[in-house]
Each structure stands twice: as structure tokens, then as C-alpha cells.
Design a protein around this ligand. Structure first.
Ligand SMILES: [Zn+2]
Length: 303
């Protein structure tokens, strides 16, 4: 069984202003880092259908984003002429990855697309994100394929406020997330637990390195996911907790992402035949991003 890689050149046409950290070059560096990895089942991320987006967002919001054209949506979030197409590939890639994994065509999948998604709330673009790619994929696994339980693990350095919003009242989804605190967007306190106690927030202090991260995952995140017995694990794979990242202050090294990937794969092996769909979120130091994505995807191919 193999690992699928979903991506599409349309995701290079989501253009942000000069100096913006969520830049086209990110995906180019990711593609270059993944090019030498053999044995990946390389696929095009398809365009999603409206119905996919509507699993998590109201029609009025979809229409507003689709109709907004090039420009600035909030302090951090921009659209260019190609952004809507890129966003449809990002959602479509995550949904297609779920389809491929559930069908047993591949063991697991990585979705290398942009814009990212974990800050997009129900009716609000935010933090470089337009649609909740991972939340939509989770709902697709639950409602489209009839899975009983899915877990979303988010190791991006920023809190996945959008995923938390979209899955807040979804009893069939566990959202387990670590984030630097304090840090933008400011949410992610352990007291935020979801309607069904289905949200686990694990804040990490600035300066937290790999040893403390591994301890937090061993004590809190992994046991909680283990107890949930997910039928699929989705990952919001942001690599901005890396020590080199310019947007945050955690001190993880590339090896820490390899360790975390290996542990999540082992957990997936125990509960769901290794079924994992991992979706790119943040990561803004181009070299650290490329290195970290490479060890993550190599870990998936080994898992
Ligand atoms: Zn981030």
C-alpha cells in the first residue's frame, strides 16, 4: 500500500502581495522537496464541488468568496484572480484524498495545496484561509462515507480556530490541537472543549522545544486520540512550530516532525488500518518547510 500525493499547479495561482509569508514559493519548495521521494502515487487535486464546501460553510459565504475577486479580505487574507480556483483545488484535494484512502486505493495521503484552511470559520475568511479544507474532509468522511468517528490532529503552531469552529458541535469528530500560546489568533485555551467534549486544546509556551512537545503529545494528545478509536485520522500539517519559522517562537526541529509522524502512523495502524489524510497548513521558513514536509511524507510512506 502506498502514499498518495495530491497537488495541482492551480495552487500556484493564488498570489499574495510581495512580502506576504503565505507565498507561492512555499508550494514550489514543497514540490521540490517531495520530487525525489520514490513510490508516491502522484495525483492531481481535483476541483471540489459546491456541495463539498457547503458541508461546512453556508451558501451565502461561498457566494461571497466566489464573487469577491482580487483584493484584501482581512488584515492577513488576500485573494488574487486565481485564488478561487486554488481554493477549490485545496478543498478538492482533501476530499479526494479521503476518497482514495477510504476506497483502499492507497494507505494514506498528503495534500500539498494552498491556500491553507484551519483558520477559516463558518462564515469568515481568516489568517490566509478561505475554506476549512480539513473540516470539510472530515465531514465528507463522516457523511459521505459513513465513518463513525474521525480524529483531526493539528500540529500547526497557530490555533486552528476555524477547525474548532466548524467541528465544535460534531460529536463524531475529535479535534486535538497543540499551539503556541500566547500567539495569534489568541484562542485555544484548554477550557475550550466543544459541545460534546470533542475538542482538546494543548497550549505550548513560547520556546517549547522537541522534548517538551513529545512529552505533551505522549501524555495528552495521543492518549486522547487513542481513546477515541478513530476510523480515520486527518492531520492539519503546519510546519511553523519549527525553530527557524519567522511567525512563531517554538523550537521544534525537523526530527521532531519525523517523530510526530511516526507516532501518528503507529496510532492509525492500531485503530484504522493506517488510514491518514494529512493536509498542508502553515510553515513559512522555506527551507525548514521543505525539510519538514519531506520527513513527514517519508514517514507516511513508511507508515
Ligand atoms: Zn500556522
Amino acid at each position: 500500500m502506498t502514499t498518495a500525493l495530491f497537488t495541482h499547479p492551480d495552487c500556484l495561482n493564488h498570489v499574495t502581495p510581495p512580502g506576504h509569508p503565505e507565498q507561492v514559493a512555499r508550494l514550489k519548495h514543497v514540490e521540490a522537496a517531495l520530487a525525489p521521494i520514490e513510490g508516491l502515487d502522484r495525483r492531481e487535486a481535483p476541483l471540489c464541488r459546491d456541495e463539498d464546501i457547503l458541508r461546512c460553510h453556508p451558501r451565502a459565504y461561498l457566494d461571497a468568496i466566489a464573487g469577491s475577486g482580487a483584493g484584501q479580505l482581512d488584515a492577513d487574507t488576500w485573494m488574487s484572480a486565481g485564488s478561487m480556483m486554488a481554493a477549490r483545488r485545496a478543498v478538492g484535494g482533501a476530499v479526494a484524498a479521503v476518497d482514495a484512502v477510504v476506497a483502499g486505493e492507497v494507505r494514506n495521503a498528503f495534500v500539498a495545496t494552498r491556500p491553507p484552511g484551519h483558520h477559516a470559520e463558518t462564515a469568515k475568511p481568516m489568517g490566509f484561509c478561505l475554506f476549512g479544507n480539513v473540516s470539510i474532509a472530515a465531514k465528507h468522511a463522516l457523511d459521505g462515507h459513513g465513518l463513525a468517528r474521525v480524529a483531526v490532529i493539528d500540529f500547526d503552531v497557530h490555533h486552528g480556530n476555524g477547525t474548532q469552529d466548524l467541528l465544535w458541535d460534531e460529536a463524531r469528530a475529535l479535534f486535538a490541537t497543540s499551539q503556541q500560546m500566547p500567539l495569534w489568533p489568541g484562542t485555544g485555551d484548554p477550557s475550550e472543549r466543544g459541545v460534546h467534549d470533542n475538542v482538546l486544546n494543548v497550549p505550548l509556551a513560547p520556546g517549547t522545544g522537541g522534548i517538551e512537545m513529545r512529552d505533551a503529545y505522549e501524555r495528552l494528545v495521543l492518549p486522547r486520540v487513542e481513546a477515541f478509536k478513530p476510523e480515520m485520522i486527518l492531520i492539519s500539517a503546519g510546519f511553523d512550530a519549527h525553530a527557524e519559522d519567522p511567525l512563531a517562537n517554538l523550537m521544534w526541529e525537523t526530527d521532531d516532525f519525523a517523530w510526530l509522524t511516526e507516532r501518528i502512523c503507529a496510532l492509525a495502524e492500531r485503530h484504522c488500518n493506517g488510514r491518514i489524510v494529512s493536509v498542508l497548513e502553515g510553515g513559512y521558513d522555506l527551507n525548514a518547510l521543505a525539510e519538514s514536509v519531506a520527513v513527514h511524507v517519508r514517514g507516511l510512506t513508511a507508515g
